[in-house]
Design a protein around this ligand. Structure first.
Ligand SMILES: [Zn+2]
Ligand SMILES: [Zn+2]
Length: 92
């Protein structure tokens, strides 16, 4: 492995270094670092919904709090309607 790609990886770790887990139900987001993954709650601390830290399809982790699809395999991670006002009610 070249020095340049080592450096790039290190830069990536610093800027996007933490990972994201989120609630499937209410959208609550929690960022975490590698070493604390084991301490992530299994359920949302706000609503008790399923807390997801890895893609159900390929087990990849998420680096963006706004990820809707898995960066690695494209699987849908959560419903899009979770962002902002639910689509049905937005019109009024
Ligand atoms: Zn929740
Ligand atoms: Zn995936």
């Amino acid at each position: 492995m070249s020095k340049a790609s080592e450096w790039l990886r290190e830069e990536r770790r610093k800027t996007l270094g933490d990972w994201v887990a989120f609630c499937m139900y209410c959208g609550f987001v929690q960022r975490y670092f590698d070493e604390f993954e084991d301490e992530l709650p299994a359920t949302c601390r706000q609503c008790g919904g399923e807390f997801r830290a890895r893609c159900p399809g390929c087990d990849a982790r998420f680096s963006s709090a706004f990820a809707v699809e898995c960066e690695a395999c494209g699987a849908q991670l959560r419903p899009r309607e979770q962002f902002g006002v639910p689509i049905r009610r937005a019109g009024k």
